[in-house]
Design a protein around this ligand. Structure first.
Ligand SMILES: [Zn+2]
Length: 237
């Protein structure tokens, strides 16, 4: 009987380990949440990069316009004050044109200053978001790597446990196995408890000397008087 009870205890250990592996496997993070987060961050990054490109293009355009305006103004100025034109009407028209070009130049310079600020701010945003994306991407590859590795380990271990379980099951008497299954169902998946220091390892209630004595003889299944689990002795294991 003692040998049978030890086998039963070992069977319970394989069952408990299998349960724990199953729970770990189903709870393993496959990176799905993080992948969603990464995708959202990448979308934002891409939008901000587009905004930055648009602002840079506009800045470039304004700078070209400014250059053109400055060249135009220089031409008009040269014409006005170069002494080639003497018609007062024509001179006055050129002076008005120069004033108009000055106003346009002022406006372009203001726009350029604002765009420079905008480009700088957007560049900063893009750099920060880029760093966020890289950080999340690194984390995701670590999570995925751990998921792959741990999944394989757990599946392999569970295969070994299944093998071990059938070996044990084959050696245990059917009546005792049924008792085990029944007791497990009604006792939070723990059917076999160990009597350690005169107490039940499952419910921690003291085990009476008479019960211990009977257990030592190992002629039949002895149960904890409190939780009704099947008892084995610490020293047998
Ligand atoms: Zn107990």
């Amino acid at each position: 009987m003692k040998q049978q009870l030890v086998l039963l205890y070992q069977l319970q250990q394989t069952d408990s380990q299998t349960e724990s592996d199953e729970a770990e496997l189903s709870g393993l993070d496959n990176g799905e949440t993080l992948a969603g987060e990464l995708e959202a961050e990448e979308t934002t990054l891409s939008e901000w990069k587009d905004q930055l490109s648009a602002a840079q293009a506009e800045l470039h355009d304004k700078q070209l316009q400014l250059q053109g305006t400055e060249d135009d103004r220089q031409n008009k100025w040269d014409q006005t004050y170069g002494g080639m034109i003497s018609d007062p009407k024509e001179l006055s028209a050129l002076e008005r044109k120069i004033e108009e070009l000055d106003r346009r130049k002022d406006k372009l310079e203001e726009d350029i200053i604002m765009l420079l600020d905008e480009v700088e701010a957007l560049q900063k945003q893009v750099d920060q978001k880029q760093a966020d994306v890289e950080r999340i991407s690194d984390r995701l590859s670590k999570v995925r790597q751990h998921f792959e590795q741990r999944s394989v380990e757990l599946v392999t271990e569970m295969e070994q446990l299944t093998q071990r379980r059938s070996e044990l099951e084959a050696q245990i008497k059917p009546g005792l196995l049924d008792d085990y299954k029944h007791t497990r169902q009604h006792n939070a998946n723990v059917a076999v408890a160990v009597a350690i220091n005169r107490a039940c390892s499952a419910c921690h209630t003291a085990v009476a000397s008479s019960v211990l004595g009977e257990l030592q003889q190992a002629t039949r299944v002895v149960r904890c008087e409190s939780c009704r689990r099947i008892l084995v002795l610490d020293e047998w294991l």
